[in-house]
Design a protein around this ligand. Structure first.
Ligand SMILES: [Zn+2]
Length: 213
């Protein structure tokens, strides 16, 4: 009788130990599953922190007080969002100064102007306020345009291609990660490249070409 009771006790102990070991393994697996995506994300954000700006970029960061600049760090860098400013003929400096005006609700990382000039408005690792729910993991580029169609002129276009290709290199992102504001929220932005799907495809192909060069 006693030996049967002991055996049962032993079996129960073995069961408990096995259960605890399985539980520990599950916890470990869950921890690894959580930990590694975060590490990968941080690696890309770290790449933004360590990146040296190309010499064609002028840094003119907007103030943190009174503007939409939140100072929040990106949770990841997994995409680049292209916008158009929607204000024909306006300059990169003009749009940058608009972002810096107290009370404005928008700020992007870059503005590309009509002469191909590129102004950086935010540190690369900070979140912009331009791309809705993708603010947290993307770099945003606002692009100037001469008229209502929203088509970029040749100088602007070339600068956007070059800047986008550089950002892809920094984050080791494929051109599939380059998207329009339209792809995030359905907004008609950048207008010309939403209305002309072929022009958008050409843009992506030109970014890829710039990466290969
Ligand atoms: Zn937009």
């Amino acid at each position: 009788m006693l030996s049967t009771a002991r055996r049962r006790l032993r079996i129960r102990r073995i069961g408990l130990v096995t259960g605890a070991a399985l539980l520990a393994l599950c916890v470990l697996a869950a921890a690894l599953w959580w930990f590694f995506p975060i590490r990968r994300a941080n690696t890309r954000v770290q790449a933004l922190r360590e990146a040296t700006l190309p010499d064609y970029v002028t840094a003119d960061l907007i103030p943190t007080v009174g503007t939409a600049r939140s100072g929040r760090t990106l949770s990841d860098f997994s995409g680049i969002v292209i916008h158009y400013v929607g204000n024909p003929g306006s300059s990169a400096a003009g749009n940058r100064n608009y972002f810096a005006t107290p009370g404005t609700q928008v700020v992007s990382h870059f503005v590309v102007g009509l002469e191909g000039e590129v102004i950086q408005c935010l540190p690369l690792w900070e979140q912009s306020v331009a791309s809705n729910h993708r603010n947290k993991d993307t770099i945003s580029i606002e692009v100037c345009h001469p008229d209502e169609t929203g088509q970029f002129n040749p100088a602007t276009y070339a600068a956007v291609v070059r800047l986008t290709a550089w950002l892809c290199e920094v984050g080791d992102l494929s051109t599939e990660r380059v998207i329009r504001h339209y792809d995030v929220s359905g907004k008609e932005c950048p207008r010309y490249y939403v209305r002309n799907e072929a022009a958008w495809e050409q843009f992506l192909s030109d970014v890829q070409q710039a990466r290969n060069d």
